[in-house]
Design a binder for this molecule. Structure first.
Ligand SMILES: Nc1ncnc2c1ncn2[C@@H]1O[C@H](COP(=O)(O)OP(=O)(O)O)[C@@H](O)[C@H]1O
Ligand SMILES: [Mg+2]
Length: 295
């Protein structure tokens, strides 16, 4: 399967663009969509899920424009919106049966599939309780179960790890890696560590535009030989953070251990620094910060 996004724009009221002249090629595999809040991730995903229409541009699914004929895509789609509202009075089982009916699935296999999903998403114990009694993480897992019902070929997950605790995150990651293969999976986050171990490719967005679309290895090159740590007093830190791109901090008696990335043409500070291995988060912060400074 191939999806080709061409010159896609979404204009909201008041001349505000959610997405502007956006281009992206999607192939089978897991794409991690990263960007700060407001970057346009949800706008893009809603158009891919055919929930909203673009203001201009095209989304081609194996060559067919889905903005004109959405049904071909809808049959293949599993979508978890960012603000996933559930039917609170239903139990998990009832809700999944309801979604299955909406999607036109019936028969014994549906119930087998629902049971398997409840098991995989650790919802078996609460399967017959009303969703209104669930925690945030449990609700999110019901949302993920709903996505996976029909073994979709295109899976779109908008901030799927919000509300999951560390253990649930690990389980979610394993579930996704079981799924990957002959399908397209797109998941968004503003937290790099949530997607870096799952995604084969990463797209970084900012202000409705694509900054980069690459494998994690190539994106990492943005911080190769330019990531350091330095120990600073509270006072030093105040001036330091105005000059350098700080990507992490750790409190230490009387001051800070500061992690930073050297941006283009910046000299090293005249302080004892330690070179460290750059991470995907360092690279993401450098790429977004460079885009910010251009504006
Ligand atoms: N329904 C809407 N009406 C007006 N503006 C919107 C709407 N949805 C999103 N936006 C704006 O479009 C931009 C992109 O938003 P969004 O796609 O939600 O970003 P993200 O998901 O990356 O946080 C933001 O500036 C946001 O305020
Ligand atoms: Mg969003």
């Amino acid at each position: 399967m191939e999806i080709s996004i061409k010159n896609l724009s979404k204009k909201y009221k008041g001349d505000k663009y959610g997405l502007k002249n956006f281009n992206l090629e999607l192939k089978n595999g897991v794409l991690g969509l990263l960007g700060p809040n407001g970057a346009g991730k949800s706008t893009l995903m809603r158009m891919l899920a055919t929930i909203t229409k673009p203001s201009s541009g095209q989304i081609l699914l194996n060559g067919t424009d889905i903005t004109k004929s959405p049904n071909a895509l809808r049959k293949l789609l599993g979508y978890l919106p960012q603000d996933f509202g559930v039917y609170d009075n239903l139990t998990a089982v009832e809700f999944l049966q309801y979604i299955a009916a909406l999607k036109g699935y019936s028969g014994k296999l549906v119930n087998t599939r629902i049971e398997a999903l409840l098991e995989e998403l650790n919802l078996s114990l609460v399967r017959d309780q009303a969703i209104s009694t669930y925690s945030g993480g449990m609700r999110q897992r019901v949302g993920i179960a709903q996505v996976l019902l029909g073994e979709p070929q295109l899976i779109i997950l908008d901030e799927p790890t919000v509300g999951l605790d560390p253990e649930e995150r690990v389980r979610f990651r394993n579930l996704l890696s079981d799924l990957s293969g002959e399908r397209i999976i797109i998941l968004s986050s503003h937290i790099v560590s949530d997607i870096e171990t799952i995604a084969n490719e990463i797209a970084i967005m900012y202000e409705g535009q694509l900054l980069t679309h690459q494998t994690p290895d190539i994106i990492l090159q943005a911080v190769e030989d330019r990531t350091y740590e330095v120990q600073l007093t509270n006072e030093e830190f105040e001036t330091f953070k105005k000059q350098y791109l700080v990507t992490n901090t750790l409190r230490k008696a009387g001051g800070w251990i500061v992690r930073f990335v050297l941006q283009r043409d910046m000299p090293l500070p005249t302080l004892p620094v330690t070179a460290v291995l750059g991470t995907l988060e360092d690279a993401y912060l450098r790429i977004v910060s460079a885009a910010k400074n251009e504006n």
